[in-house]
Design a protein around this ligand. Structure first.
Ligand SMILES: NC(=O)c1ccc[n+]([C@@H]2O[C@H](COP(=O)([O-])OP(=O)(O)OC[C@H]3O[C@@H](n4cnc5c(N)ncnc54)[C@H](OP(=O)(O)O)[C@@H]3O)[C@@H](O)[C@H]2O)c1
Length: 262
């Protein structure tokens, strides 16, 4: 039984990670902004086993997030595993995304992730143990049409994970980052309404997973010691070969975007 803290735990992928850990009997703390969504999620998870608590905080507010994680730790003990799933995705043509949209996605997806890690990091270094699983996106190892803001924020998460892994291992802390493809969640539903047709055509080629399939496959790879976790066959191939095959992949992505119905 371990204490697992999940930012963005009230919905979608975060909720699926929570369900999986509760079923193992873990103590799980959910963190998200909306208290009503947190309460509804607690009800949905009530029959899952384990022990659950929920704390309202905005990951953009480092002090509020630190206080929420401190409250969670005083209830359930030190964080053994942090999963940073809080995030937003606003696709669109670059010329249609204003500076506020860029700022919001960087603030939540990147700075929110850093704030969550900072809130548990000192304790983990003192205990010389801890696990940190960051949620990036399949839009973060090749630049995808329609994701100038979202993709950049998730590339930033991946870059942060790379450096953090290198530093954290000397404190006995394990770090990994996962790159989900389209996953059936409330966020994807909202995102699909905003995707330019080119983005919709491209993201369809990555396949789609349920949040439960995604969480199960990511946790399995995490516990096998993988650092970069590419769920699903297509994302896995793209992730492994993208740096070598970048010119060919970009050529194929460009042709796919050109063939989208507009
Ligand atoms: N679904 C996909 O296709 C997909 C693919 C690749 C990567 N991802 C990534 O996976 C993660 C989870 O996405 P999802 O699809 O599960 O989304 P979701 O169903 O919309 O859930 C997002 C969660 O994040 C919380 N959240 C959002 N902004 C927050 C903030 N400022 N402070 C605290 N919590 C916040 C939400 O609660 P509140 O709004 O109440 O705060 C909610 O609990 C995201 O990082 C997303 O970018 C998703």
């Amino acid at each position: 039984m371990q204490h697992v803290v999940i930012t963005g735990g009230s919905s979608g992928i975060g909720e699926a990670f929570a369900r999986l850990h509760l079923a193992r009997g873990d103590r799980v703390s959910l963190i998200a902004r909306d208290a009503e969504r947190l309460a509804a999620c607690k009800e949905r998870l009530a029959a899952s086993g384990g022990t659950l608590s929920a704390h309202s905080a905005d990951v953009r507010d480092a002090a509020a997030l630190e206080a929420a994680i401190a409250a969670a730790e005083s209830e359930f003990g030190p964080t053994a595993r942090l999963i940073t799933s809080a995030g937003v995705a606003v696709p669109g043509y670059f010329e249609a995304l204003d500076a506020d949209s860029f700022r919001q996605q960087m603030d939540i997806n990147f700075h929110g992730t850093v704030h969550a890690v900072r809130a548990v990091y000192r304790g983990m270094t003192q205990r010389r143990s801890g696990e940190i699983l960051l949620v990036s996106s399949a839009a973060a190892f090749v630049g995808l049409f329609g994701y100038t803001a979202y993709g950049a924020s998730k590339f930033a998460v991946a870059g942060f994970a790379e450096s953090l892994r290198a530093e954290a291992r000397r404190h006995g802390i394990k770090v990994a980052v996962c790159f989900p493809p389209d996953t059936e969640t409330p966020q994807l539903e909202a995102e699909n309404r905003l995707k330019p047709p080119e983005t919709a055509k491209i993201t369809k080629t990555g396949g789609i997973m349920t949040a439960e399939q995604l969480a199960t496959s990511v946790v399995r790879e995490f516990e096998r010691g993988k650092f970069a976790i590419y769920p699903g066959l297509r994302v896995s191939l793209l992730g492994r070969f993208s740096s070598l095959a970048r010119p060919a992949i970009n050529h194929w992505l460009d042709r796919t975007a050109e063939r989208a119905d507009r």
